[in-house]
Ligand binder design. Structure first.
Ligand code: GTP
Ligand code: MG
Length: 242
């Protein structure tokens, strides 16, 4: 397939633009640079025994809402720092601070995703604590963020019941690269045509070993199991020290 215009028969193209290996080489180089930065981020996190989680979804699935609710439940026991990614505004960082955690907002401008280099800089603005969480809310976009490793331990893809059960099949890269999937807004199930069984089947088709949480941030359904999972990701030394 042509990586420039998406047509299926790049070799017999009627219109004009080059189909050379140059595009592929440049893409590989960019991804290599990103992966190098992601490796450095992992080193920083490892030194602190901190767990970074990258939250991805289409706009409005409930990423910030889930972070706010998780912070309110966990901040009294754990240090949580949040990196927010949006094209513009400080709105999500302000929401996170109101929920009780430190937040650093990245505005990506024309870019549609966070990359590992941006995250490395954000670390400099957040005093990451030992045995802590670093939550990263990516730009609302089901395509581009899939390609960029940020150095996270887990990637959580959210899908909400208003989006349709076919999304894992239509945007497979995102679901392939996410070990956790949250199906949010289950409180809306009586009002929307959303086939939960088919959504779960579609997620498993793309990522057979994905862990799936059915949640309603609004009424709290599933939040206890979700927070238990979050806590289980922290290799805290609590027991060892006790
Ligand atoms: N009914 C219902 N609404 C929800 C739920 N979770 C979030 N919302 C609403 O969905 C809307 C979008 O939520 P956000 O948390 O801002 O979504 P987001 O994924 O952070 O959006 P972007 O940052 O713009 O990508 C808000 O109006 C929330 O109140 C839920 O479980 N049920
Ligand atoms: Mg948000």
């Amino acid at each position: 397939m042509c990586g420039t215009c998406g047509c299926q028969d790049a070799a017999n193209h009627a219109h004009k633009h080059e189909h050379t290996d140059k595009t592929i080489a440049l893409e590989k180089e960019i991804m290599q640079v990103n992966d190098d930065y992601a490796g450095k981020n992992r080193q920083v996190l490892k030194q602190k025994n901190a767990t970074a989680i990258n939250f991805v979804s289409s706009p409005g699935s409930g990423k910030t809402s889930l972070l706010e609710a998780s912070i309110k439940r966990l901040i009294h026991r754990y240090s949580i720092k949040v990196i927010e990614g949006d094209q513009q505004t400080q709105l999500d960082a302000e929401r996170i601070r109101r929920a009780g955690a430190d937040a650093y907002q990245i505005n990506t401008g024309k870019a549609c995703h966070l990359d590992a280099h941006m995250i490395g800089h954000a670390f400099e603005h957040l005093d990451i604590q030992q045995d802590s969480f670093v939550f990263i809310e990516n730009v609302g976009n089901l395509i581009c963020p899939a390609m960029f490793d940020l150095g996270e331990a887990h990637r959580v893809a959210l899908i909400s019941t208003t989006e349709g059960a076919d999304k894992p099949l239509k945007y497979p890269d995102m679901f392939y690269h996410s070990d956790i999937v949250v199906i949010n807004k289950v409180d809306l199930l009586p009002y929307v045509d959303f086939d939960m069984k088919s959504c779960i089947k579609n997620i498993k088709k793309i990522r057979p070993n994905a862990t799936i949480f059915e949640l309603s941030v609004k009424d709290g359904f599933g939040m206890s199991e979700w927070c238990e999972w979050l806590i289980s990701t922290l290799k805290v030394k609590e027991n060892a020290e006790a």
